[in-house]
Design a protein around this ligand. Structure first.
Ligand SMILES: Nc1ncnc2c1ncn2[C@@H]1O[C@H](COP(=O)(O)OP(=O)(O)OP(=O)(O)O)[C@@H](O)[C@H]1O
Length: 608
């Protein structure tokens, strides 16, 4: 096999070249494995799962075929570039998974730290906890009351993972569990931090907690101690521009006793590993998210992996019954985090005959025929165009955004943002006629023509943009949405901020794109009254159950789907599983010995 003939991308070639410099006699199979690993990382996998690829041809238009599993492993093990768990080498082969050393170290360290955190039970005044929960959750009529159970676990443990779809009461639960923590003896001195992966999600979380705490049956002092500011994880950790290094780590931990992370399903492996490393071992970590949503853009499906193998063993069920009065089914968890994980399953937003709620359930259940049948039922909150054309879509979007463009003329940022959040087009992908880029370009040309704006003008009233790059100096972050409006100084791009709206001269913005339509990935952490979800005409590896589910659940009141029946069916039938080993580590790893002094940082530094 000649490596030069293989269709490798620039990143893959760069990795192969650097490995060849380390070992000029490296076998081509080892270098190809590294290139495949690099491509897998780019797809969101944490590692290359050898069993999944052995005996296959990785490139359809190239005859090269990977060997059988045993032979492949033997070649890798014989290479000086490949080590085992704990070795210092650029590639690590660990339980049939090939990793870049840095990712193996992240995964291993994260598993070890989560397990120690989960095993270290804090001191809790059970009688006080019981009384707090009875009062705080008195309103809940659900049986069993999973919100109360989730709150109980988050107080009783140093690690709690709470997963639930939209409107299942994550905010309701977290504000009450924080109140219950503060009501514990000495609890009022606790330093509580709130964080989320994006600025938008952090702002939404802070706002939801501010609203929810107003009606809590608690003392004013406890109310005052509840936090109502949330930061992005990058801010919290003290990111330094594009560097993978952060200011806070185990040697310089965060000054927190409790950290709540919302939208945790968007957090990738590297960021989660850094976060857990930076949190003092004595602190509680509460992760909120939706395990069925799309995973992080970067490698890893950490939140979904944490939720695997959950369950309450007999002891946990008995403890919970004693403290909360709630009965839960006993099931031996296969994960060591088992009872740290609670699922909230009842959506209070999509209750009763909500079509969106039912659609979400059928998509998540992989029920192809049920999904298509429901969409044909003409529910008031669901619409389906099964024969979409780009021209019809453009017409529809033009009508959909008309109220927003009218509101933008008023030059009132609040009215413009409210109207923009009323209707949003979401796409599966960026490129192609059904992708964000093409749709935005076509719609923008139309809007400019109608408003008599020259086609070469980049800025016009009502141009929505999405920032593509973090700019710490300006306080603008990847994914932030701005709207161009008239101001007394001419056209300005307004961004939502904690205390109103911040205008920027267009020329000052970091790189950005027009954003009438956005990808489902970028819509995570946001919600809109009405969503139009446009799926591509051709089969696409991006079309998956979690993408479909995430797209439709961004809608609060109505969702309209534009897509051929075959694409919908493929999306529901496709469960995009990322290759990673965290769930397995949580299931089988013996409790960790303390790591040797410098092993972690040395491995983490490789290939930085
Ligand atoms: N147990 C309950 N009984 C009745 N209503 C509830 C209950 N729990 C939550 N709600 C209501 O359901 C709505 C959604 O709750 P909440 O905002 O806590 O959910 P969430 O999971 O945080 O939602 P989001 O999808 O916005 O993250 C709110 O109006 C809340 O008051």
């Amino acid at each position: 096999m000649n490596l030069a003939d293989l269709p490798l991308g620039p990143l893959e070639r760069a990795l192969v070249d650097s490995l060849r410099r380390l070992d000029p006699s490296a076998e081509p199979l080892v270098l190809v494995s590294a290139a495949l690993l690099c491509a897998a990382l780019d797809n969101g996998d944490v590692c290359l799962l050898l069993a999944r690829r052995a005996g296959q041809r990785p490139w359809v238009d190239h005859a090269f075929c990977l060997p059988a599993l045993a032979e492949w492993q033997a070649h890798l093990q014989a290479s000086s570039l490949v080590g085992g768990d704990g070795d210092f080498s650029p590639l690590i082969l660990d339980h049939g998974r090939l990793y870049l050393a840095r990712y193996q170290a992240y995964e291993r360290q994260l598993a070890e730290q989560l397990l120690s955190r989960a095993a270290d039970l804090p001191r809790v005044d059970e009688a006080q906890l019981s009384a707090s929960l009875t009062r705080l959750f008195a309103f809940n009529v659900q049986q069993p009351d999973w919100q109360r159970l989730a709150a109980a676990q988050a107080v009783r443990r140093k690690l709690a993972v709470i997963s639930g779809g939209p409107g299942t009461g994550k905010t309701t639960t977290v504000v009450r569990l924080l109140a219950a923590l503060l009501e514990q003896p000495g609890g009022e001195r606790m330093a509580i931090g709130l964080a989320a992966p994006t600025g938008k999600a952090a702002a939404r979380m802070a706002e939801a907690i501010r609203t929810a705490k107003a009606s809590l049956p608690i003392d004013e002092a406890i109310k005052a101690a509840l936090p109502d500011e949330a930061r992005t994880l990058h801010r919290l950790l003290g990111s330094r521009g594009d560097s993978p290094q952060v200011r806070h780590n185990a040697a310089n931990p965060l000054a927190l006793d409790v950290l709540v992370v919302d939208e945790a399903s968007m957090v990738d492996l590297a960021l989660m590993a850094k976060l857990v490393d930076a949190l003092p071992p004595s602190a509680r970590l509460i992760l909120l998210g939706d395990k069925d949503q799309l995973c992080a853009v970067e490698a890893g499906a950490v939140f979904a992996e944490l939720c695997e193998g959950r369950g309450f063993d007999a002891q946990a069920a008995a403890d919970l019954q004693r403290i909360t009065g709630q009965q839960v089914a006993v099931a031996q968890p296969s994960s060591r985090l088992g009872d740290a994980v609670v699922l909230l399953t009842h959506s209070h937003r999509f209750a009763g005959d909500s079509g969106i709620g039912e659609l979400a359930r059928r998509i998540n259940g992989g029920d192809v025929s049920g999904t298509l049948k429901l969409l044909k039922e003409q529910r008031s909150d669901l619409a389906w165009n099964a024969q979409p054309t780009p021209a019809d879509l453009l017409e529809r979007l033009d009508r959909g955004y008309a109220p927003f463009l009218a509101a933008a003329k008023s030059a009132d940022p609040q009215a413009a943002f409210a109207a923009f959040n009323d209707f949003r087009a979401l796409c599966a992908q960026r490129e192609g006629p059904w992708g964000v880029a093409g749709i935005n370009e076509a719609l923008e040309a139309r809007v400019k023509r109608r408003s008599q704006v020259a086609s070469r003008e980049r800025w016009y009233v009502g141009r929505p943009v999405m920032v593509r790059q973090n700019d710490y100096a300006l306080g603008l972050f990847n994914g932030d949405i701005g709207i161009c409006l008239h101001s007394e100084h001419g056209l300005r791009v307004f961004f939502e901020s904690e205390d109103g709206y911040r205008p920027f001269a267009p020329a000052r913005l970091p790189s950005h794109d027009s954003a009438f339509a956005m990808t489902v990935h970028k819509s995570q952490g946001s919600e809109f009254s009405e969503v139009l979800l446009a799926l591509p005409e051709q089969p696409s590896p991006l079309l998956s159950r979690s993408l479909f589910y995430t797209g439709i659940t961004r809608a609060k009141h109505k969702v309209e789907i534009w897509g051929l029946p075959a694409r919908l069916a493929e999306a529901v039938a496709t469960r995009a599983e990322r290759a990673a080993g965290l769930a397995e580590r949580l299931a089988h790893l013996p409790l960790p010995p303390p790591p040797p002094e410098d092993s972690g940082t040395g491995q983490l530094a490789l290939f930085d």
